[in-house]
Design a protein around this ligand. Structure first.
Ligand SMILES: Nc1ncnc2c1ncn2[C@@H]1O[C@H](COP(=O)(O)OP(=O)(O)OP(=O)(O)O)[C@@H](O)[C@H]1O
Length: 542
């Protein structure tokens, strides 16, 4: 990878460990072939060369001939897409018993062909380097014009203009604050064509031990790298960065190949679009024109990124459709990336033919981040938000929220919101006070509880919150309910949209952002969210 670190030894070790991991997962190599790489020790980087120490001339010969292509490919990917050539050095170790013994490999009980010498133990893992980011050329597209919105603009998605104006009045100076003190508020927009979120890039994805391999492979896929990674399946728990990685692949693919047809879709959207196409065709005499259009839309992309695939389980017709879409893209060498909450083999109610196709490529996981990574993520978010947050506050949040990065973000947002409202600096005491109700993160809250509780709080009905009405109070209540649903449950944006009367996930995202920003600007918004959170937590504690 092109991960820069000031320590050349650490950089060499990181590149080799990523390359080795890729070679271990390379399905075109047998276990015996993979064994040849296990005793290799990376020594140094010199320009475009990496010095690899091997134990004997036979290993060197095999790596330079039979396994040369695979080695070069892995090194190039691990080096961030830049060619890196191996230079071999044979190390003869004193005290090495000469008698032939079976090799020790991390992968297999089989010995690599012809290797009869004892293998060197694997090098001690290097300490994790400081998180660094891949330098990515900023994308200059129409987002640049679209991202900037005033507070009134930002109310627009779910409000008519008069209601927006009224709302702005109710919120007092909020609109002015948005335009004034904080300048123009950046509001990332989902690209209508690709459905990508331009904020989710490799630049903003902090690497750590929990996700480093997933990120390396994702970057390789975005670079257009090896067919061994097709399809790429990313799995892991909620809020650990799967959606972020999918978007990063899409965004980076567009940088590498500006004309590429990239499409991000959740499995719910895929299902809904398919059902709509069937329903619309049923009402016409024009044969299967809508289904044909649906097929064309998904079978003519260069990169298909499909999120939350687990939700397709048991949907027989949609799965059948997806199977054909998958085959058509796969055969045309188009890239397919899939995210799910479980590894492919554990996907429920999926036919084995589809699971085996998923397993043809590479499967990587994202795990809960360790403390250092959580701190690095919080530092990045804080620095991007422009708020001054002392490191001890970030450390405190990182220590308390361990399982889910979305919760980390939510906690930091609450702390900075309160500080901003009160014009106070962010301190550990303030963070302790703000977060005391949120430290227990294992309480399950249902979206219907949230909607019911928010409705009652604002003297409205459940139907008002999920219905189409756009008057001021209802809109605010609905936005707060959406924010709380995202904050207190692990539901995806698409699922939240469905619960809230079938709204689009971009509308949900937009409304959540309004409340997240509003909490920093307006005391009553902050109070509503805080009081409702406490009420919901108490209610669910009983
Ligand atoms: N390594 C990371 N660096 C920076 N931000 C991250 C990282 N991982 C996740 N995030 C952020 O955490 C939040 C949750 O991540 P994301 O939505 O990608 O999770 P997910 O695994 O897709 O969750 P779900 O399964 O619930 O949809 C996002 O705002 C994302 O940008």
């Amino acid at each position: 990878m092109s991960e820069a670190t000031n320590d050349p030894a650490a950089a060499t070790a990181v590149i080799w460990s990523n390359a080795l991991e890729l070679l271990r997962k390379n399905s075109s190599l047998t276990a015996r072939e993979k064994g040849w790489f296990e005793g290799v020790v990376p020594e140094a980087l010199f320009g475009t060369n990496i010095i690899l120490a091997v134990e004997n001339s036979e290993t060197q010969h095999v790596l330079q001939t039979e396994l040369n292509d695979e080695l070069l490919q892995a090194l190039r990917i691990a080096n961030g897409g830049v060619d890196l050539f191996p230079a071999f050095k044979i190390t003869v170790r004193a005290n090495e018993p000469e008698q032939p013994v079976l090799p020790v490999t991390a992968l297999s009980e089989e010995a690599p062909r012809g290797d009869t010498r004892k293998r060197q133990p694997l090098p001690e893992p290097e300490p994790a380097p400081e998180p660094v980011v891949v330098q990515q050329t900023p994308k200059t597209t129409h987002y640049d014009d679209a991202v900037v919105q005033t507070f009134e603009d930002s109310m627009g998605d779910d409000l008519d203009p008069s209601a927006a104006a009224a709302m702005s009045t109710t919120l007092g100076g909020a609109a002015d604050v948005f335009k004034g003190r904080f300048g123009r508020s950046p509001q990332p927009m989902i690209d209508p064509e690709t459905h990508l979120n331009p904020s989710d890039t490799f630049d903003t994805f902090v690497p750590g031990d929990s996700n480093r391999f997933a990120r390396t492979v994702a970057l390789a896929v975005a670079e257009g790298g090896g067919s061994d990674f097709n399809p790429l399946c990313v799995y892991g728990g909620s809020g650990l960065g799967k959606t972020h990685l999918l978007n990063a692949i899409g965004n980076y693919s567009l940088i590498k190949q500006p004309g590429a047809r990239v499409r991000y879709v959740t499995s719910e959207e895929f299902t809904n679009e398919f059902i709509d196409s069937l329903r619309m065709d049923a009402g016409t005499k024009s044969g299967s024109s809508r289904v044909t259009a649906f097929n064309r839309k998904y079978r003519e992309v260069d990169v298909l990124l499909i999120d939350d695939i687990q939700f397709l389980g048991g949907k027989t017709e949609t799965l059948e459709q997806f199977f054909h879409t998958f085959n058509s893209l796969y055969q045309a060498n188009k890239r397919i990336v899939i995210a799910s909450d479980v590894p492919p083999k554990n996907l429920k109610d999926f036919e084995s033919r589809l699971i085996s196709r998923f397993e043809q490529g590479i499967t990587v996981d994202v795990k809960p981040p360790d403390l250092e990574t959580r701190i690095a993520i919080l530092r990045m978010i804080a620095s991007n938000s422009g708020m001054r947050v002392p490191y001890d506050v970030l450390d405190l949040i990182a220590e308390r929220f361990t399982e889910n990065i979305r919760e980390l973000e939510g906690a930091l947002n609450r702390v900075t919101a309160l500080a901003s409202l009160n014009g106070q600096p962010v301190t550990v005491a303030l963070a302790e006070q703000t977060l005391q109700d949120f430290f227990s993160t294992d309480i399950e809250v249902k979206p219907t509880d949230i909607i019911g509780r928010v409705a009652k709080y604002f003297h409205l009905t459940f139907d008002d919150i999920v219905g189409p009405q756009r008057n001021r109070n209802i809109t605010l209540a609905r936005q707060i309910a959406m924010y709380l649903t995202r904050d207190l449950t692990s539901m995806s944006l698409v699922n939240i949209g469905q619960v809230f009367g079938g709204r689009d996930h971009t509308t949900v995202m937009h409304n959540i952002k309004i409340i997240s920003d509003g909490m920093k600007q307006k005391q009553e918004i902050y109070n509503y969210v805080t009081e409702l959170t406490v009420l919901l937590r108490q209610r669910n504690n009983k």
